[in-house]
Design a protein around this ligand. Structure first.
Ligand SMILES: NC(=O)c1ccc[n+]([C@@H]2O[C@H](COP(=O)([O-])OP(=O)(O)OC[C@H]3O[C@@H](n4cnc5c(N)ncnc54)[C@H](OP(=O)(O)O)[C@@H]3O)[C@@H](O)[C@H]2O)c1
Length: 263
């Protein structure tokens, strides 16, 4: 449950780097068929139209799907860009609209995000790639507080200070790149824990987040992986496995959202 009273499904499909067209339509359809009810896209991914097509073709009620898109902060107006996103997605609102990264500072886009929410374009608004100090800055000027900070988060990037700061502020940390864009799947400790439990490394990494109540949005364009990544609600990581995974952190428990910015 988010601070604004809405609920976000813990498992979503991420579609960064999935080309617009049949590959994206298929991935979203397979995810919905496998029981996912949460899709994470962004203006900059260039595939909102395919996400919208898949939602429509799936026959799943719009109200049962949690849909996130993100304002590209190279543009100027979150309201206008939300209208464009809704047109491409073929929906009348998204569930979550995020400032994709704090380009040009953490505050300037926020009044436009609030306006987009007031207009009914987004049920919830939040941020992404915001450090603890960025969260403090936006919170200080917000009339409506952000409810999500979507950040790079997995056992190699266990940003404990950021997670704790989000907790204090009533902001849900959402984990992007929960598999490290594939790189953390190769970790020997993760593989060992997976073998002990008779699970896959991907399932272990996703479970590490959801066991803490942190939503995850793994990306795959392969049907069997999408299905496998969805099978994370029928087992538990024992406390010693959680602790071993926690110990893989390479960030020193940072309050930063990223080690180096791309903007
Ligand atoms: N807000 C932001 O700035 C931001 C930044 C990055 C990501 N994100 C979001 O987070 C989502 C996920 O992050 P991500 O795309 O960086 O990567 P990820 O989900 O951490 O990992 C995806 C990679 O792992 C592979 N994979 C997935 N499941 C697998 C499995 N079961 N076994 C083996 N390999 C598997 C995928 O390959 P295949 O596709 O070939 O299966 C892909 O190469 C993105 O799609 C996006 O929605 C947001």
């Amino acid at each position: 449950m988010l601070a604004d009273g809405t609920e976000v499904p813990l498992l979503g499909l991420g579609v960064w780097q999935v080309p617009d067209g049949p590959e994206c339509v298929d991935a979203v359809r397979w995810a919905l068929d496998a029981g996912y009810r949460h899709i994470d896209t962004a203006q900059v991914y260039g595939n909102e139209a395919s996400v919208g097509k898949a939602l429509k073709e799936s026959g799943v009620d719009r109200e049962d799907i949690y849909l996130t898109t993100k304002f590209l902060p190279r543009s100027k107006d979150p309201v206008h860009e939300a209208e464009e996103s809704l047109r491409r997605l073929g929906v009348d609102h998204v569930d979550l609209y995020l400032v994709h990264w704090p380009a040009g500072g953490p505050e300037w886009a926020w009044p436009g995000m609030e306006r987009a929410a007031e207009l009914g374009y987004a049920r919830s608004i939040g941020v992404s790639n915001f450090n603890t100090d960025d969260l403090a800055a936006v919170s200080a000027i917000a009339e409506r507080q952000p409810v999500v900070d979507q950040v790079h988060f997995n056992p190699h990037a266990f940003r404990r200070a950021l997670l704790e700061d989000c907790g204090r502020r009533g902001i849900a940390l959402e984990a992007y790149s929960p598999l490290g864009t594939g790189s953390v799947l190769k970790d020997a400790t993760v593989a060992e824990i997976a073998a002990d439990l008779g699970r896959t490394s991907a399932q272990v990494l996703l479970r590490w987040c959801i066991q803490r109540g942190i939503p995850v949005i793994p990306k795959s364009v392969h049907r069997e992986r999408i299905e496998q990544n969805g099978q994370i609600f029928d087992f538990e990581l024992p406390a010693d496995a959680m602790a071993r995974l926690d110990g893989l952190d390479e960030t020193g428990g940072t309050g930063k959202a990223l080690e180096s910015n791309w903007w």
